[in-house]
Design a protein around this ligand. Structure first.
Ligand SMILES: C[S@@+](CC[C@H](N)C(=O)[O-])C[C@H]1O[C@@H](n2cnc3c(N)ncnc32)[C@H](O)[C@@H]1O
Ligand SMILES: [Zn+2]
Ligand SMILES: [Zn+2]
Length: 355
């Protein structure tokens, strides 16, 4: 990470400034260091990535980010079968998918990632961020590309930023997954770009793939930035994964500068629920605990003083075209501005914070 970034970082828990003691730097790049807060917490910078998780997400297996001496919360489920190979339960050579948690065979043409019994057990135990983070890590390790590929790149956000913001804008992507969108934005000339996710392994993978990215490990609800320090925030297919989206929106409103923008894409609740049913996705209560209609999302953002503009992609993104049944494939090429907001598959928003 760039050493200058320290000026706008803040403790995710108490929001005070952080003091840097640096162990290794290369020019303006900070490679190893410790960021300390007056509240007693400290956070590590390792291999150039700032680990800024607050206590609740700290895990002994994550190399950093825990305040010294804090004991990690006890896991509520067995750790996901992250290291097992896709489609191979012990002694089973069938091709196809297996459950991310118990590794039982799911089938060759299924879209689910979990078996029914693990889905029910996770929902019964109650979801928490530590469990979810483990599941995303398992998905990343197994599939290498989950949705973490270039097929979800939101061209209209890249175009909007290129047309509407100076190249010195400070931009943060939240839930960056594989880093493809962040790198596309960076290649447009936006150098002050940060790619964040709450799973350290995911950020490490993204930065390993695109070494020019500046990686930050951070929870969307406990943002490690000073008030009014960012020009733009981008999240694509992220808010539907949150247990606490309203807290996240509070944080977005806090860290954006006046006239700062939040570019946000998420599935539309109506279209999403129809699709999950048709595709037999009984595990979506785990992956998408919160879905919005365009009206409910707009209302959440208005309440925090945002003005909301809807963008209409020229057509459905490739990822969604691929999910349409054969007889409905023609819908993939319909320009989205012709489709009424409540019926669009995704909500795609530019929310501007009042000056
Ligand atoms: C479906 S993936 C989307 C990845 C990428 N934006 C894309 O469109 O391909 C959702 C991402 O959000 C991250 N995520 C989920 N909850 C989060 C949270 N509370 N804070 C930060 N990131 C989170 C996950 O780790 C995952 O990488
Ligand atoms: Zn603090
Ligand atoms: Zn299972």
């Amino acid at each position: 990470m760039k050493e200058a970034l320290v000026d706008i970082l803040a403790c995710p828990a108490c929001k005070e400034n952080l003091a840097l003691s640096s162990l290794k730097r290369e020019g303006t790049e900070l490679l190893e260091g410790v960021l300390s807060c007056s509240c007693g917490r400290s956070f590590a910078v390792t291999r150039g990535i700032a680990h800024l998780l607050a206590d609740t997400l700290c895990d002994a297996s994550l190399s950093s980010g825990c305040p010294s001496g804090a004991s990690p919360p006890s896991p509520v489920t067995p750790p996901p079968a992250a290291t097992r190979q896709q489609g191979s339960r012990s002694g089973d050579c069938r091709s196809g998918k297996s459950c991310l948690v118990c590794n039982c065979y799911l089938g060759s043409a299924v879209q689910v990632e979990l078996c029914r019994s693990c889905t029910a057990k996770l929902l019964r135990q109650g979801l928490n961020k530590k469990v979810l983070s483990g599941l995303y890590e398992a998905l990343e390790l197994r599939a290498k590309s989950n949705t973490y590929t270039d097929y979800t790149i939101s061209d209209q956000f890249v175009e909007w930023l290129a047309a509407n913001r100076g190249r010195d804008a400070r931009i943060l992507e939240i839930g960056c997954g594989g880093g493809y969108l962040a790198d596309t934005i960076r290649r447009e000339g936006f150098e002050n770009l940060l790619a964040s996710d709450f799973n350290a392994r995911v950020v490490e993978t993204a930065v390993g793939r695109f070494p020019e990215l500046q990686g930050v490990v951070m929870d969307s609800a406990l943002m490690a930035f000073a008030a009014q320090s960012l020009d733009c925030i981008v999240s694509v297919e992220m808010v539907e994964h949150l247990l606490d989206p309203e807290v996240h929106f509070d944080e977005v409103a806090r860290v954006l500068k006046p006239n700062g923008v939040y570019l946000l894409r998420t599935p539309n609740a109506l279209a999403a629920s129809i699709y999950y049913r048709m595709a037999g996705r009984y595990d979506m209560g785990i992956w998408h605990p919160t879905t919005f209609s365009s009206a409910s999302l707009q209302e959440s953002l208005h309440r925090r003083g945002f003005e909301v503009q809807h963008l209409a992609p020229r057509s459905l993104p490739k990822s969604q075209q691929g999910k349409l049944p054969r007889l409905l494939k023609f819908l993939g090429s319909i320009p989205m501005h012709r489709v009424p907001l409540p019926l669009r598959p995704s909500i795609c928003i530019v929310a501007t914070k009042h000056g």
